[in-house]
Design a protein around this ligand. Structure first.
Ligand SMILES: CC(C)(COP(=O)(O)OP(=O)(O)OC[C@H]1O[C@@H](n2cnc3c(N)ncnc32)[C@H](O)[C@@H]1OP(=O)(O)O)[C@@H](O)C(=O)NCCC(=O)NCCS
Length: 200
């Protein structure tokens, strides 16, 4: 069993990210249901008939995974308002490799307002800080322009486009962009920003 103690919550003053709680099932169900058309093209798990029971079963598993250190799905908040979900997923290798994939969805009523970019920037700050990741990646269907742009705006580098490497939600073959940021790059950027601010 992993001895990794996963951080629980992060607040950078602009956005709040934390481990799910069972009592989040109602707001998460509502957000998923009303966002179905927005999520359907990209998220294979999206369903038009999401119930609170489905969400609660998912949350139980997500909380257990978080505590066991096997996967980290997180909720995103703007103050008291649930706006979506994100996560550090161990899809690259074991936790000792310190590499994770960030996933994300923002509820349709909050999408397109800059919150996805803020949430990804917060995940990078928290991820390279308290979590101690060395490399964070972001993958998306090459047709998912909002997702690709969000990664670029948060400062991640497109490393590759894998051709015909997966099936899209529609069952057709898709290409996948892979973006990444290294802790060393993040810290260099952060230090140069701090230096510029102190010189102003
Ligand atoms: C992808 C997603 C997380 C981005 O979050 P968001 O809050 O909508 O993104 P932002 O408002 O921060 O916008 C980021 C950039 O994407 C652009 N963008 C947003 N929606 C877009 C769209 N439908 N087409 C093209 N660009 C789009 C924005 O204009 C912005 O770029 P700009 O500042 O250069 O104009 C969100 O749209 C979402 O949940 N989509 C459905 C699920 C999904 O695709 N998740 C990612 C799977 S890899």
């Amino acid at each position: 069993m992993s001895t990794f103690r996963a951080p629980m919550s992060y607040d950078n003053g602009q956005i709040q990210i934390r481990m799910y709680r069972l009592e989040d099932a109602a707001v998460a169900t509502e957000a998923i249901s009303e966002s179905y058309e927005h999520l359907r093209p990209w998220m294979p798990w999206a369903r038009p008939d999401q119930t609170q029971e489905h969400t609660e079963a998912f949350l139980r598993q997500a909380i257990a995974n978080h505590l066991l250190g096997t996967d980290f799905t997180l909720s995103v908040w703007d103050g008291e308002e649930f706006i979506g979900a994100t996560g550090f997923h161990l899809r690259v290798g074991p936790i000792e490799w310190k590499c994770a994939e960030i996933g994300m969805w923002i509820a349709s009523r909050h999408a397109g307002k800059g919150l996805g970019t803020l949430a990804l920037q917060a995940m990078l700050e928290w991820g390279f800080g308290e979590w101690g990741w060395e490399r964070l990646i972001w993958k998306c269907d090459s047709k998912n322009l909002a997702s690709a742009r969000t990664a670029e705006k948060a400062g991640m580098t497109r490393e590759a486009t894998f051709r015909s490497d997966a099936l899209g939600v529609d069952g057709n073959r898709r290409n996948t962009h892979q973006y990444a940021l290294l802790k060393t790059e993040f810290l260099a950027k952060f230090l140069s920003q701090t230096r510029q601010e102190s010189e102003r």
